[in-house]
Design a protein around this ligand. Structure first.
Ligand code: MN
Ligand code: MN
Length: 474
């Protein structure tokens, strides 16, 4: 049952469509490198297509009807878009659920310090990373600083061509013999992931002036570089050191997503897990006509750390948004809300591990995902005897086969690695708690969770096509 390479069947017109889609995708992941930026960019793209904020509909006491397009977001980190269908909500929705948080380094609350005339930012990594991959590579800072006066300063430094970048230094090989003999997971301790951000001390005369004010003279002399960095932060961002206490700044790989390969057939980019599924879901969502069953795109936060908190998939945020929408449709009761959720169908849209010829031993060839063979369906995930898995029913999988085949979508099935080789999970099991039909379905990538991940453009194309087919016909 080998699935064929999807490039073979593309018409010239489809290739052009593929190209345009992937340009949009690269632009999206090049600028949206945090969950907040993904939400902002999704709202911008959705509003261009007529989506309006649900909170405005509620505030103005308006009702909703079939064909209306609304979105709800929470704390700027999770968002649900709804295209209201012609059928009553209690018949169920077709939901594409993906996550928009990606592995990275977060700045600590008290991050800034000076050591031997160098100024560094202390971090705490987020999600599953191989820490050594973050050394000696250009880094950017993306995030927000919330100030006591209620203002929120956006920070994006390191991605414009004229911007400075940042780095975590590594040891030279000449002195690295001891380091090189360590196991990869001990190579660089998490506590040592410190980002180099400055080196030039504040001018002497300025120091002297400060010393004359009679405060902390010795300290200022010793930390002249930090003082200079603080001056720059004040000048350029209007923030002071204490403002780091209420900031969310993420250290991410600097630079845009790029075409990969002589044939430009692949994309090399940061955060493709899982923005590749989010973007293709959004592209499908924004192009469909009014569906029968209400179409939903749900982008969640905190998947990489357990889907917890107000903006993770375990939050009541989505259920509350559905209740508000049913209320605006005049369809809300406790029972009808339960029915709407239970009768829904969902693709838990998350990336799969593509088969890597450099690391063949972790996969079983007949049940692996391959780059170029289309949208991947994982009936189940989990580890050690499918533990922690959402196992989709055979009947639901059969329904998906029909939906995908009828729409001419290239698709494949896979497990994440060999039995007992490892494993992983997604948000699938959480939504399945409502009793809805859920299956994992996403795009295969190489170097998952590395600073730069690899995807195939034809899978992006087939993924978007499959997601559109799901929204309209599942
Ligand atoms: Mn993921
Ligand atoms: Mn992941």
């Amino acid at each position: 049952m080998e699935r064929k390479n999807a490039w073979q069947d593309l018409t010239p017109a489809q290739k052009e469509e593929l190209s345009a889609l992937c340009e949009g995708y690269k632009a999206f992941i090049s600028s949206a490198k945090t969950e907040r930026e993904c939400v902002d960019e999704s709202i911008r793209l959705a509003e261009e297509k007529g989506y309006v904020p649900l909170q405005d509909v509620i505030k103005e006491g308006r009702t909703l009807k079939a064909g209306d397009k609304v979105y709800a977001s929470l704390y700027g980190k999770t968002i649900a878009l709804f295209h209201i269908g012609t059928e009553p909500m209690e018949k169920g929705m077709n939901i594409l659920g993906s996550h928009i948080d990606s592995p990275r380094l977060d700045l600590k609350q008290n991050p800034l310090y000076e050591d031997t005339d160098l100024v560094l930012l202390d971090t705490h990594y987020y999600g599953g990373i191989k820490k050594y991959q973050w050394l000696a590579t250009p880094l950017a800072l993306h995030g927000v600083v919330a100030k006591k006066d209620g203002t929120v300063v956006k920070v994006v430094i390191g991605d414009a061509p004229e911007d400075p970048v940042f780095v975590i230094t590594d040891l030279l090989p000449h002195l690295g013999a001891h380091q090189m003999s360590k196991k990869a997971n001990e190579f660089i301790p998490g506590e040592d992931l410190n980002v180099l951000v400055g080196h030039e001390p504040a001018k002497k005369d300025k120091e002297a002036a400060e010393a004359e004010e009679g405060t902390k003279e010795g300290k200022k002399q010793k930390e002249a570089v930090k003082a200079n960095i603080l001056r720059i932060l004040e000048e350029q961002l209007g923030i002071e050191e204490e403002d780091f206490l209420s900031a969310e700044i993420e250290v991410v790989p600097a630079g845009p997503a790029r075409d990969l390969g002589f044939d430009r057939s692949m994309v090399l980019g940061y955060g493709q897990d899982d923005r590749i599924c989010a973007y293709t879901s959004l592209a499908a969502m924004l192009e469909i006509p009014t569906p029968a069953r209400t179409a939903v795109c749900l982008f969640t936060d905190k998947e990489e750390v357990g889907s917890i908190g107000a903006t993770g998939a375990q939050s009541r945020f989505f259920e509350n948004a559905v209740a508000e929408i049913m209320d605006r449709l005049g369809q809300l009761s406790d029972l009808s809300l339960r029915r709407a959720l239970a009768n829904s169908r969902m693709l838990s849209s998350d990336v799969s591990a593509g088969f890597d010829p450099d690391f063949p031993s972790v996969n079983e060839k007949n049940n692996s995902a391959y780059l170029g063979r289309g949208l991947v369906f994982n009936k189940y995930t989990g580890a050690r005897g499918k533990s922690g898995s959402n196992d989709a029913s055979a009947e639901y999988m059969a329904h998906m086969r029909k939906v995908m085949d009828d729409a001419g979508v290239a698709w494949q099935t896979a497990e994440l690695g060999k039995v007992d080789e490892g494993g992983g999970g997604t948000i699938a099991y959480i939504s399945a708690n409502y009793g809805m039909s859920v299956i994992d379905s996403g795009i295969a990538i190489l170097s998952m969770h590395a600073p730069w991940e690899v995807s195939s453009k034809v899978d992006i194309y087939e993924g978007k096509k499959g997601y559109a087919a799901f929204l309209m016909n599942a």
